[in-house]
Design a protein around this ligand. Structure first.
Ligand code: ATP
Length: 457
């Protein structure tokens, strides 16, 4: 008997909804796709930009102890030799002797092929960095790697930042950008891809203070998800046992999320010690020391790195916001996105396409569009349009009806409660701005009068 998935989120439902509503498509779909690669559609790109911006605002723009950079994807190969990635950035690979499928050994629960049950080869290490050649000659000297993390671009720029930004310890360098890993197995939608985006920062601290800052960042990062609406019961911390740490790490705590396929890593917070800076100092011959003008000491800082895949965060936000609820004889599917993340903030829906009503509604739309990502939708019945906006996670729909032409009022319908309020068209912008920013007050422009919202608005 097939499992009853009514009311429950499965990866299949999410993948299909994401395709249907223009969030995410398989890459090169018309050619059968490319394993581990995905394309963001018109709605998905808005969502992704919002997730990245929420991170950038909280990590870089709203802090005094952080700067941002955008470093190149391809770097001198010596970077990856010094950082240890050429030797150590590997996963244990086993191959089925019968069907020849390849598996990541540490993800298998039994010592046989999960697909056909066949016997497996001995484990061997497989380096997951993509290799290519720079310039017109394909030879060993021209090898470059596609970065598997953005961190090294920040380490090699450490002195550039210290010299130009006047930041004193502790401070961080943050970056968002593409990363590439030739993962042995991909899957679970955008959870594990071969091309993805990483958002991470290196937080440099004085040696001896690293434990305190590590705990600080675990808490900060955990709270970031809560602030953006992730339910606490779907998050938990997982400390890595020492023998499972990456080659550069002394300590690592993951923030795990309860995805439809089970608990799995969402973000990793690592104490990378002074490993990377010292490796680069030794390999390049350039000093990576910092001069502490308070204690008059020279030392190489320690580093804490919270690192998160943008796509994995997107998957968590999608899963957490998804809900199916009974509505009359149907099922309402809705994404309860935090307003900061919602791809479309406001939809303007004229009740009919009649000329005078359409002209009125288009005026409202033109007035709102400079303030929020706004969509104009005049197709199908109003009920169908509400459902569509629910599936896009649009927090507010503004409905224009024939009475609007007479009283200059519009209806705001709220996504989560489905409550409706009537508001003067002249007050729409400020009302929506206040509602979207979670404020409990809104201002009517006439006379600057301040209105308190009633509890069930
Ligand atoms: P995993 O154990 O899942 O392979 P990892 O420990 O190798 O992850 P890190 O090197 O710590 O991952 O990468 C930092 C973050 O980047 C992860 O927490 C995850 O959010 C994201 N990430 C890593 N690999 C992928 C991938 N293949 N696809 C999407 N996101 C990824």
């Amino acid at each position: 008997m097939p499992e009853n998935t009514a009311g429950k989120l499965t990866m299949e439902k999410l993948v299909s909804l994401c395709q249907r509503r223009g969030f995410i498509f398989p890459s090169s779909d018309i050619y059968g796709g490319l394993s581990g690669c995905w394309d963001y559609g018109p709605v998905g790109i808005e969502f992704k930009r919002n997730v990245k911006e929420a991170w950038w605002r909280s990590i870089v723009q709203q802090r005094d102890d952080m700067v941002g950079v955008d470093t190149s994807i391809m770097m001198n190969s010596k970077v990856w030799e010094a950082s240890g990635h050429v030797t150590n950035f590997s996963d244990p690979l086993v191959e089925c002797k019968d069907c020849h499928l390849r598996w990541k050994a540490d993800e298998l629960t039994e010592n046989k092929c999960p697909s056909c049950g066949g016997a497996l080869t001995e484990e061997r290490m497989f380096n997951t960095m993509f290799k290519t050649f720079i310039g017109p000659v394909e030879e060993e000297a021209a090898v470059v790697y596609l970065r598997p993390e953005t961190a090294q671009g920040m380490f090699v720029n450490f002195q550039n930042i210290v010299n130009t930004s006047r930041k004193r310890l502790p401070f961080g360098i943050a970056q968002q950008g593409r990363a590439f890993r030739n993962e042995i197995t991909t899957g679970n939608f955008i959870f594990r891809s071969r091309e993805f985006e990483i958002m991470e920062f290196e937080y440099f601290v004085k040696p001896g203070t690293v434990e305190k800052w590590f705990d600080y960042w675990v808490e900060e990062r955990f709270n970031w998800y809560l602030k953006l609406g992730i339910k606490k019961e779907n998050l938990k911390l997982h400390q890595h046992p020492k023998e499972k740490l990456a080659h550069y790490a002394r300590n690592c705590t993951d923030i795990n999320y309860l995805f439809p396929h089970g608990w799995a890593e969402l973000e990793g917070i690592v104490n990378r010690t002074d490993f990377d800076l010292k490796q680069h100092a030794a390999a390049s011959g350039k000093s990576m020391e910092y001069f502490d003008d308070e204690t008059k000491e020279h030392y190489v800082p320690y580093v804490i790195e919270p690192s998160l895949g943008a796509d994995r965060a997107i998957l968590a936000f999608l899963c957490d916001a998804y809900e199916e609820e009974p509505d009359k004889d149907e099922i309402r599917v809705v994404f309860h996105f935090h307003p900061d993340l919602a791809p479309i903030k406001v939809a303007v829906l004229p009740l009919s396409r009649k000329e005078n009503l359409a002209a009125f509604a288009k005026d409202v739309y033109a007035n709102l569009r400079p303030c929020f990502t706004t969509q104009y939708d005049d197709t199908q019945s109003i009920g169908r349009r509400y459902r569509r906006q629910d599936e896009l996670g649009t927090p507010y729909c503004v409905t224009i009806d024939f009475q609007s032409l007479e009283d200059n009022m519009a209806t705001i319908r709220e996504r989560d409660s489905m409550n409706q309020i009537r508001v003067p068209v002249a007050a729409l912008k400020n009302t929506l701005l206040a509602k979207l920013s979670g404020e409990d007050l809104f201002v009517l422009p006439e006379g600057g009068k301040i209105w308190k919202q009633s509890g069930n608005d």
